[in-house]
Design a protein around this ligand. Sequence first.
Ligand code: GTP
Ligand code: MG
Length: 276
Amino acid sequence: MNQINWYPGHMAKARRQMEEQLKLVDIVIELRDARIPEASANPILKELSRNKPVLIILNKSDLADERKNLLWKEAFEHCLITDSVDERLTKTVTDEVKSILKDKLERAKARGIRKKVLRAMVVGIPNVGKSTFINNIVKKKAAKAENRPGVTKALQWIRINEDVELLDTPGVLWPKFDDQNDAMLLALLGSINDDVLDKEGLVRFGLSYLSKIYPGLIEKRYGVNETEDHLLERIAQQKLWLTANGQVDLTKAVDLILKDIRSNKIGRITWQDVGE
Ligand SMILES: Nc1nc2c(ncn2[C@@H]2O[C@H](COP(=O)(O)OP(=O)(O)OP(=O)(O)O)[C@@H](O)[C@H]2O)c(=O)[nH]1
Ligand SMILES: [Mg+2]
């Protein structure tokens, strides 16, 4: 499979702007995809936010393995498990932010400084759910959100209440993936523009992982034993995804399986384990 890379111009620009805005913020809220908590950690963001407290949000937890969500939460100092239908999000997030910043706020108060608004920068890879998360917190459609990477193109401040402001940022990746396995996972779950991907390679990679880690799920969804060779071809045959002249239609199979994987039709799956 070819090397995966996707670093369009708006991301480099966003990175520079985020660096500037960082001076103004008290805390960084980093959204990760709960299905790939390590691969969705952006090394650029790590570097940018090194002097700020970071609250990690394991988002899209509704699509991830419930048991593994809890294991992952324990792996981080400050972490919340969320999804886009979480109704208590506003309170949970504001409480957590205030608790993380408690000492800082008390020190400021002791020096006679009354901090008016707390500012948080919301960051994360493309399509992880940053804009949806913010809309959910402010309980209105303040930021544009869509199911494809690269929707947010510019930085935007959004006020939650008199205490807290959030900065929505464009999803950014980094110029080069050192770990191609991470790149495959990001691509598989929709954080990289499909136009630059070898989708068939991705689906084979996905099926191979599923057959090892979640035996049974493939059989349940497609009626094919997961230990078989040529799984992709077997699934297409079993589901009768055929071309006009009766051959298995691999293009169709690839598209349908990729869609199933991204929308958790196969099951709740976490693609990385703690300490891997
Ligand atoms: N199942 C599920 N879908 C979610 C969740 N959060 C967001 N989504 C969906 O994920 C897609 C991307 O959401 P956005 O909020 O646009 O993501 P973003 O991080 O702002 O994306 P960029 O601006 O492109 O970086 C949308 O279709 C959302 O409905 C979640 O917790 N669970
Ligand atoms: Mg967005």
